[in-house]
Ligand binder design. Structure first.
Ligand SMILES: [Zn+2]
Length: 118
């Protein structure tokens, strides 16, 4: 006949601590444990919780960085548009080589249209 063992774990509720009432079916560290309370199961659960927590933190930080980057870009939008408009006007009044003038103007107008969504 097989000898039965109780789980060695102490469990706690609002009334205090007591022994786990389940049968010990896993033998680890010289003691018997139920499947939930074996040191290896406890360690695996703790590590899984830590991974979830680390992932939550990583996603939160990534979201914050993306929001910060969007704000940084939005904050320089008006200056970039103003700079492109200045260049556009400047080029229109400069006696540059026609080919260079055409290429630069095309680039500026393309960027302005994209920036101003026109
Ligand atoms: Zn147990």
């Amino acid at each position: 006949m097989l000898e039965e063992h109780n789980c060695e774990a102490r469990v706690y509720d609002r009334f205090g601590g007591s022994n786990c009432s389940r049968r010990g079916v896993v033998f680890e560290d010289d003691k018997w444990w139920c499947r939930q309370h074996s040191p290896s199961a406890t360690k695996a659960r703790r590590e899984a919780a830590k991974r979830r927590s680390d992932e939550d933190i990583r996603q939160h930080e990534q979201g914050w960085k993306q929001a910060h980057e969007r704000e940084r870009r939005a904050n320089c939008f008006n200056e970039l548009v103003a700079a492109l408009e200045w260049i556009d006007t400047y080029l229109a009044n400069q006696p540059l080589d026609q080919q260079a003038k055409f290429l630069i103007t095309e680039k500026v107008k393309e960027a302005l249209a994209k920036a101003k969504n026109t």
